[in-house]
Design a protein around this ligand. Structure first.
Ligand code: C5P
Length: 216
């Protein structure tokens, strides 16, 4: 199978030297990429700026902004069997990007922010998609309720939810996996490398089940 995986943060420029971003390390997405390769799959890894070496043998696409990630995902989704959108895409971007460095002023400044395009939702809206669609939800509160809402609103097959305070920037995570048929599965705290191997098995089985169901 071919796995498309997004990982890491996006950077939304304010001016040539400043941007809005978040604390995502990319570790979960890169671990899933490694695990998928180890299981014999092809991997397209679309990554924001992180301090990790891309795994060998991936088709590696480096992006910076949410718009660049959006375009790269749209280009490669249809050649994939499983799309795992693990990246921490910024929710907002500055409405205007200054072409020159904004000068420091004695009084404050305000930034006008606009919502970015939701990549996961755009794939969920595709009619007759052949790929399994997996989203992630990092939450600090009401984990299950928020993740269930995302599963429905973004029309995914699977949402992998985690507490952002446990999983962000660390080597470990604890997962709650929600499936579109209402099934749930919990995996207790473990290294991301272990979790990634479990997730790849789950994604592979879910896509096989999906295809078998479609054939009948
Ligand atoms: O709505 P929220 O950002 O919490 O949803 C998280 C999920 O949606 C993740 O899978 C993330 O990669 C994806 N997402 C996206 N494009 C955005 C925002 C989030 O693909 N603009």
């Amino acid at each position: 199978m071919t796995f498309l995986i997004t990982a890491g943060p996006t950077r939304e420029p304010i001016d040539p030297v400043r941007y809005i971003s978040n604390r995502s390390s990319g570790k979960m997405g890169y671990a899933i990429a490694e695990a998928a390769l180890d299981a014999g799959h092809d991997v397209i890894l679309i990554s924001g700026s992180v301090n990790l070496a891309p795994p060998r043998d991936t088709k590696f696409i480096s992006i910076s902004t949410s718009d660049e990630m959006f375009e790269a995902v749209q280009r490669h989704a249809d050649e994939s069997d499983v799309c795992v959108l693990c990246a921490a895409v910024a929710d907002y971007r500055p409405a205007h990007v200054s072409p020159v460095k904004i000068k420091k002023r004695a009084d404050g400044i305000s930034l006008e922010l606009l919502p970015t395009r939701d990549i996961l939702q755009s794939l969920g809206r595709r009619q007759n998609r052949k790929f399994l669609l997996v989203g992630f939800a990092a939450e600090t509160d009401h984990l299950e309720a928020n993740a269930t809402k995302k599963l429905r609103e973004k029309n995914c097959d699977i949402i992998v939810a985690n507490d952002a305070r446990i999983g962000m920037e660390t080597d470990e995570n604890e997962l709650l996996i929600l499936f579109c048929d209402g099934e749930t599965k919990r995996i207790s705290r473990a290294p991301k490398t272990f979790l990634a191997r479990e997730l790849v098995k789950i994604f592979q089985n879910s896509q096989q089940k999906r295809l078998t169901k479609k054939m009948w």
